[in-house]
Design a protein around this ligand. Structure first.
Ligand SMILES: [Zn+2]
Length: 322
């Protein structure tokens, strides 16, 4: 009863409150994130060449990702599919799911996209050529592979974790295409495929965290609008972990416009509320994704081990303090 509860509270004097034992929320420190390992994982992906669906580099990189997850002890499910791109091309895609503690009903989902943009449509040169995708594609997967290594080596975490690598995120209609094909559903084809038919019937996770473009020097992670619409409490959880670790220079509290990214489809269609850690500038020019975005500048030269460490340590802190 509300009335009696407030009555009780008002009887407690200041002295009694001060003397009462403090209930402290002790944070558990997560295992150490290895920034060199994450960096090497990005380099290895870039060395395959652009990971564009329907190319040999894409198949070879996908095979390698499966092997790496297995090497770290994950139970791997591959979800192959055929999806239609904005221009009618049929893309052979493959979502890759690495399950840690698959028997545990309580789960957290960590995800990123592993394919890369087939064009450099925001560049001024070689706009029809594919990009390296060191940051856009490579960085999220690099951080998650390092987290997978840690999950495989550690036995103290109670919760089950699914590390999901979505395909065909970045085959959306290019800047030069007509408005009629530039619909938002031309993006994130792999996560849409998964959200319509998850790798396990009736799949559930408490929440998800998406990593997209998490490796650039001077990265800025604002609170992304779609995440705020579908999963504000998860955004708070992630940002408060980052800030408690002292990463305020990277994790900012401005809210971005709602963006179209894998978290939209996973949250809305798949029913898993998700927060997107994505490089999106609102107070620094250019507004929006960083200057590297969908250009040939998105190569190893812009990748910073410090940024990888900030993001990887934050995600580990969130799941270890779940
Ligand atoms: Zn992209």
């Amino acid at each position: 009863m509300t009335a009696s509860i407030s009555g009780l509270v008002s009887c407690v004097s200041d002295t009694e409150q001060t003397d009462a034992p403090l209930v402290q929320m002790q944070r558990i420190s997560a295992p150490k994130f290895d920034r060199d390992s994450a960096y090497a994982y990005i380099e290895e992906q870039v060395n395959f060449g652009p990971r564009v669906p329907n190319t040999e580099a894409h198949v070879a990189c996908g095979d390698w990702l499966v092997k790496e997850l297995q090497r770290h002890g994950a139970n791997v499910v591959e979800q192959p599919g055929r999806v239609r791109a904005y221009d009618g091309t049929v893309l052979n895609m493959r979502n890759i799911i690495g399950q840690f503690r698959p028997e545990n009903a309580e789960r957290i989902m960590l995800y990123a996209h592993w394919d890369t943009r087939p064009f450099a449509d925001k560049d001024t040169i070689r706009i029809r050529e594919p990009i390296d995708g060191a940051n856009d594609g490579g960085s999220g997967i690099g951080v998650l592979l390092e987290i997978a290594r840690i999950l495989g080596a550690d036995s103290t975490l109670d919760v089950g974790v699914d590390v999901i690598f979505f395909d065909a995120e970045d085959f959306g209609a290019p800047e030069w295409s007509s408005a009629s094909v530039s619909s938002m559903t031309t993006w994130c084809l792999g996560s849409q495929f998964w959200a319509n038919q998850p790798h396990k019937f009736g799949y559930q996770a408490k929440y998800g965290i998406l990593l997209d473009m998490v490796g650039a020097k001077d990265a800025v992670f604002n609170r992304e609008g779609t995440s705020m619409a579908y999963a504000p409490s998860i955004v708070r959880k992630v940002w408060s972990s980052a800030q408690s670790l002292g990463f305020d220079d990277y994790f900012k509290n401005n809210v971005t416009p709602q963006t179209v990214d894998d978290n939209l489809f996973v949250s809305q269609l798949g029913g898993i509320p998700s927060a997107n850690i994505v490089h999106y500038q609102v107070q620094v020019l250019p507004m929006g994704y960083g200057p590297f975005h969908h250009t040939h500048q998105d190569n190893m030269a812009i990748i910073s081990k410090s940024t990888l460490d900030v993001v990887g340590s934050t995600v580990l802190d969130v799941i270890w303090n779940d």
